[in-house]
Design a protein around this ligand. Structure first.
Ligand SMILES: [Zn+2]
Ligand SMILES: [Zn+2]
Ligand SMILES: [Zn+2]
Length: 338
């Protein structure tokens, strides 16, 4: 009989409607528990060379203020510009381009060069959550901005150009690909079943338990059934809310708490500052209510077996589709035990 925890199989991602190939039998070899000490040198709390530290000059020449809390500024080398005029180019339906206005910002979590989410105290992390809410509301209120993407690239492995803990906000006119796909799936779910996809999924995972990593009163962290990256997780709000601006006071604290818990578990996994890309998915700011949207966070960490052995999406993944060996259930069990 087929055993979906042992035999090769594929799993369906209802948010993107894509399949991932799972090959659990390939991880039957015993776990080596490899630890590479000193993979990352400890950072000082101020670095005179850092362009994000208080009082230092940025790459564009502007001086940072001597900030003492969360600090937000327009990206000096923004991928998008607010005043891009509207235009469209189409040659025979083959060469199509559209102008894309937008605003890119950087949020330094704190003045401390070495203070990561996992190590911030609740009070300071709450200020970061408040900054995210403020930015989502402010940028989203602009008529040219229909989506606000908040994300963090952590660690050189993820292309983070600076170790000073910070995130980026790219807000623009078009709803981006990943968001559009998840929106279509959530809207179809709501149309066909009359419920919310993520509310239903959170309930199922809480009842099942074997993919749950952590939780608090307001949020749940799971390794999604369909995850692609070995230790991929999702943070889902237990209450249905379409975006970060709907968080109550206690839910803002709850979000800070769950992000700290998840990142601290990650750091303990291979005893290194764990690299990842994380970000929020939520309601576009195009003015529609978007009841189908359920606010959630994705963590996409690249590490596979140790501080240096990472997963690559190459070969089969580039040409055919994503594949993983360690099952989401096994990954959740490891993260839960830390
Ligand atoms: Zn710094
Ligand atoms: Zn929901
Ligand atoms: Zn999503």
């Amino acid at each position: 009989m087929f055993d979906w925890k042992q035999d090769p199989h594929r799993r369906f991602n209802p948010l993107t409607r894509e399949w991932v190939l799972v090959s659990p039998h390939r991880t039957e070899r015993p776990w080596q528990g490899q630890v590479e000490a000193g993979a990352a040198a400890a950072q000082p709390d101020y670095d005179a060379e850092c362009y994000l530290c208080p009082g230092n000059p940025r790459a564009g020449g502007v001086l940072n203020p001597s900030y003492t809390s969360t600090f937000i500024f327009d990206n000096d080398f923004a991928a998008l510009k607010p005043d891009t005029p509207h235009d469209r180019f189409d040659r025979d339906g083959l060469l199509i381009a559209e102008s894309e206005p937008g605003i890119c910002r950087v949020v330094c979590f704190s003045p401390k060069h070495n203070l990561t989410i996992a190590n911030m105290d609740a009070k300071d992390l709450r200020k970061v959550v408040d900054a995210w809410v403020g930015q989502y509301v402010e940028l989203g209120a602009r008529p040219t901005i229909n989506y606000v993407q908040i994300f963090e690239n952590r660690g050189p492995m993820m292309g983070a150009s600076n170790p000073h803990p910070h995130c980026q906000i790219w807000s623009n006119h078009a709803v981006p690909n990943e968001v559009a796909r998840e929106q279509a799936a959530q809207a179809a779910w709501r149309r066909e079943r009359g419920t919310c996809l993520c509310c239903d999924y959170a309930k199922l995972e809480l009842a099942a338990g074997d993919r749950v990593v952590d939780q608090n009163e307001c949020f749940l962290s799971v390794v999604p059934f369909w995850g692609v990256w070995p230790f991929e997780t999702m943070v889902i709000s237990k209450r249905h809310l379409t975006a970060i601006d709907g968080l109550s006071e206690s839910e803002r604290d709850g979000l800070a708490d769950i992000l700290k818990r998840v990142t601290a578990r990650y750091d303990r996994l291979f005893h290194v500052p764990f690299p990842y890309s994380m970000g929020f998915h939520q309601r576009p700011t195009d003015g529609a209510p978007h009841e189908e949207w359920h606010f959630h966070t994705h963590f996409y960490p690249p590490l596979l077996r140790s501080a240096t052995v990472r997963k690559f999406l190459v070969g089969y993944e580039m040409l055919a589709g994503p594949q993983r060996d360690i099952t989401p259930e096994a990954a959740a069990k490891r993260l839960r035990a830390l």
